[in-house]
Design a binder for this molecule. Structure first.
Ligand code: GDD
Length: 394
């Protein structure tokens, strides 16, 4: 893959937030081919494959169409470990069983390493309880609903499988070729990174919508433009300079080094992607004290890479959008580093969009603790013995 070196970087404490990088060539040959410019990096297929062997790709899924899941599976490079964490209904039709069978059938042909687990499996609850990781557990003694909660389980499974990197790809992607590009971008970003504490976020070139006159290639999702604006305001407040650096505040497709992933605190549901950035600013921005001196010393990098493929995915309804506004802006609002002026603006924004009633505040989001201290061997033992939905295929 040939892509830009970061052209502009915003520095915030120990964090380097890189501006959006473009892809020039999806495949630049076995050794990376010839680079014609000092500002372009070429990562050869051999190096990409080597990194892919160290990546687990987590697919959170809840009731998506099987055809879409099958497409996503086919787009993930063979050497990555695929991890499906499902919260699909088990009654009246057992949708999870269908997903598991689809994975097993796929693997009969491709012989790929994959794990699948249901989010509500009582054996998963036992395993989490055993290792004292309770921040994703609901009062009814199951794992809470939510995409972030699914991602957390995926990260634990990736750590259990000793993967160095963990990436996320939604199950409702229509284009397998785009999925493949996301993973190549993850690997290329990892290869370009200068620190073990790294994150690579996908910036979609277009998110096409069907309009009366045909396909319209819009640049922004309905929520992301607003989320980015508030993340940028948060950064500008501390640097004193306006910025447009953040372009991927809601990027569902992203990856992290395990070293970074296990240090972060997460926010539930659909606030997860935005809060990853907020928490990186909180932890490594030098504004409030941190316990993670090694990451401060080595630095944290956030890369944003623009795809060549447009992003076609299932469009969910208006209620879902409100939930996303509430979560994305709510996690900025409740951040310990959010200045009062920005909090007021968040409230005005959410009122203006009809997300909040007069006098209302965003829902309080229950934080999810870092998982760095979890004993993954103990977790794996209990999971293997008690989680009946857990399957290792391939
Ligand atoms: N395991 C699990 N548990 N998966 C879930 C859950 C859950 O409770 N809820 C949703 N998912 C899965 C969906 O099946 C899908 O694969 C993925 O999480 C994203 O959920 P969607 O409902 O499709 O969200 P979206 O497409 O509107 O939003 C996506 O894109 C946004 C950026 O445009 C999400 O990835 C957002 O987090 C992201 O900000």
């Amino acid at each position: 893959m040939k892509l830009d070196l970061p052209r502009y970087t915003e520095r915030f404490g120990a964090i380097s937030l890189h501006g959006v990088q473009r892809v020039y060539e999806l495949d630049s040959g076995f050794n990376g081919g010839r680079t014609t410019s000092e500002t372009i990096r070429s990562i050869g297929n051999e190096e990409i494959s080597e990194i892919e062997r160290k990546i687990a790709i987590v697919i959170p899924i809840k009731g998506e169409r099987l055809k879409l899941l099958e497409g996503v599976l086919s787009g993930i490079p063979h050497d990555c470990l695929t991890i499906i964490v499902s919260n699909s209904p088990r009654q009246p039709v057992d949708r999870y069983k269908l997903e598991k069978e689809a994975l097993e059938q796929f693997n009969r042909f491709v012989g790929k390493n994959a794990l699948i687990l249901h989010q509500k499996d009582p054996g998963l609850y036992d395993a989490l309880k055993e290792v004292g990781y309770t921040s994703i557990i609901a009062p009814d003694d199951t794992v809470r609903n939510g995409k972030a909660e699914g991602m957390m389980i995926g990260m634990l499974l990736a750590k259990m499988a000793e993967k160095e990197y963990v990436g996320f790809i939604d199950a409702d992607n229509y284009v397998p070729g785009a999925v493949n590009e996301y993973v190549k971008i993850f690997a290329s970003g990892i290869s370009m990174s200068n620190t073990p504490y790294t994150m690579v976020r996908i910036s979609w070139i277009y998110k096409p919508k069907v309009s009366e006159t045909g396909l319209y290639f819009s640049k922004w999702g309905r929520v992301s433009e607003v989320t980015n604006q508030y993340l940028n305001s948060l950064i500008s407040y501390y640097t004193g300079f306006e910025t447009e650096i953040m372009r991927t505040g809601n990027s569902g497709e992203h990856c992290m080094s395990m070293k970074l992933a296990e240090l972060l605190t997460y926010s539930p549901g659909f606030s997860v992607e935005t809060y990853e950035i907020v928490n990186i600013l909180e932890e490594f921005g030098g504004i409030v004290p941190t316990e993670n001196q090694e990451a401060m010393d080595k630095g944290v990098e956030v890369m944003q890479v623009e795809t060549r493929n447009p992003h076609f995915h299932e469009e969910k309804g208006d209620l879902h959008l409100k939930e996303m506004f509430n979560g994305s802006l709510g996690c900025i609002y409740y951040s310990k580093i959010c200045p009062p002026r920005l909090r007021e603006k968040v409230i005005e924004e959410l009122h203006g969009r009809g997300v909040l009633d007069e006098g209302g505040e965003p829902s309080v989001l229950q934080k999810i603790s870092p998982f760095k201290d979890i004993d993954t061997h103990q977790f794996a033992n209990v999971l293997h013995n008690r989680a009946t939905s857990f399957v290792h295929s391939g």
